[in-house]
Design a binder for this molecule. Structure first.
Ligand code: PMT
Length: 403
């Protein structure tokens, strides 16, 4: 089941001005078909009414420790038994202190004390409250219990100050939640991924490029991070937000991509080249806009460096090297040829002719080609495809020596 669909999330809302953002997070969870139950502290109700959360979740909100309605008497025990994870957002300094000291003086803190499921805490508070040794000590203590934190963002706070303490973006919280439901089988590995197109400038306004959106490469980066890898993503010009928890290096040209990849490749356990690198670039860059007054225009192109082939020629020790191949015909033949010519461990061949595969769509249909039997995957989302590629990488890493 992809994403958070079907996951049962207990959303704990506490008394911060950022409580209104929790309503939006709830909408995002519901849109993704997660099953959400909301528990609010009394202080949270001062900022947003329970009605907002019950209307958005389609369920009554839990507020009272001593509710005596049937089915709610043991809520402080049962709520966590009926959930897969608890998300506390926003989490105030007060709630963090309560939890760090095992206090059970309201419904939410009692539920969390009785919980044996993952707890994700998203702090939101004034930056001085956040940096206070008491709060920092409480956060460290909770981390030592195995609680997960989503780092607050930086910027202008509701109190007017500028600093750390803004509730994190939903994207970061979502990634943390997703990582809870994944094996961390890439933990300890450093992964280098390229994504998107490159742009080769003709003059100050024009360039040669291709239709790559970066979606496949970004999906590889997000899924690897969720599975515990340290990820660096070298991305050509794309319209996608930088994924949280990932070092993103933005480049424009094939030359720039080559430089950034080569600087980092030696320390990577796995390199995946899903970028659609321009094979050629104009031999001359016109410093001024080329005028259309002339009748025709002949472009002289020169070959760009083949980054994957260079990595294949170097072959860093124990590194798994994965190439992609965007093909319109003879997928298996082209995949086999690139596997050998570029000296890589795996080639992922995507059919670029289908309306739902390849460039700039949400799904992909690929064949995994290594020195064993080729495996054709069904049409999947790009994230599901990425997960299957990571499974294959792990399989290649664990193959017996000499196989
Ligand atoms: O970005 P999306 O819209 O999600 O689309 C995804 C994708 C179709 C771009 C992606 O899945 C894909 O197929 N990427 C590789 C496209 C490509 O350039 O294929 P190729 O057959 O031209 O290159 C083969 C391999 O060599 C690739 O790993 C490529 O990154 C690498 N290469 C190519 C040329 C070059 N100068 N340097 C390279 O490293």
């Amino acid at each position: 089941m992809p994403g958070l669909s079907g996951k049962r999330i207990l959303l704990g809302v506490t008394g911060s001005i950022a409580a209104y953002k929790a309503a939006d997070w709830l909408r995002s969870l519901v849109r993704e078909e997660a099953v959400v139950t909301v528990a609010m502290t009394e202080a949270a109700e001062r900022f947003v009414t329970p009605l907002t959360f019950s209307a958005l979740s389609g369920q009554a909100v839990y507020r009272d420790m001593f509710a005596d309605e049937p089915g709610r008497v043991m809520a402080h025990i049962n709520l966590s038994r009926e959930a897969d994870a608890i998300l506390v957002a926003p989490a105030t300094a007060q709630t963090i202190a309560r939890l760090a000291h095992g206090m059970a003086d309201n419904l939410l803190s009692s539920v969390i004390l009785a919980a044996r499921i993952p707890v994700v805490i998203c702090p939101a508070m004034n930056s001085f409250m956040l940096s206070h040794p008491a709060t920092q000590g409480n956060i460290r203590r909770l981390e030592s219990f195995g609680y997960h934190f989503v780092q607050p963002g930086s910027g202008k706070l509701a109190c007017g100050e500028i600093g750390d303490g803004r509730l994190a973006d939903w994207d970061a919280a979502r990634e943390k939640l997703l990582s809870l439901f994944q094996p961390d089988d890439l933990k300890g590995q450093t992964v280098l991924i390229t994504a998107g197109p490159t742009r080769e400038a003709l003059d100050p306004v024009r360039f040669l490029s291709n239709r790559s959106s970066g979606k496949m490469g970004f999906a590889l980066a997000r899924t690897a991070r969720r599975r515990g890898a340290e990820v660096t993503l070298v991305a050509g010009p794309v319209q996608l937000p930088d994924p949280p928890g990932i070092e993103v290096v933005h480049v424009a040209t094939a030359e720039e991509m080559r430089r950034e990849v080569m600087d980092r490749a030696a320390t990577a356990d796995v390199v995946v080249k899903s970028a659609a690198v321009a094979d050629f670039r104009p031999s001359v860059y016109a410093n001024h806009k080329i005028k259309k007054s002339q009748q025709g225009l002949q472009l002289d192109l020169i070959k760009n460096p083949d980054i994957l082939a260079e990595l294949g020629a170097k072959r860093f020790k124990r590194q798994i090297l994965v190439g992609f191949a965007a093909e319109s015909r003879d997928h298996a033949g082209e995949g086999q040829r690139k596997l050998r010519e570029k000296n890589v461990d795996l080639v992922v061949v995507n059919d670029i002719m289908g309306a739902t595969t390849g460039f700039d769509v949400e799904t992909n249909q690929v064949t995994l080609i290594d020195y064993g039997e080729a495996v054709t995957l069904p049409l999947l989302s790009k994230e599901e495809t990425a997960d299957r590629i990571w499974d294959k990488v792990l399989q290649l890493q664990n193959r017996p020596a000499g196989a």
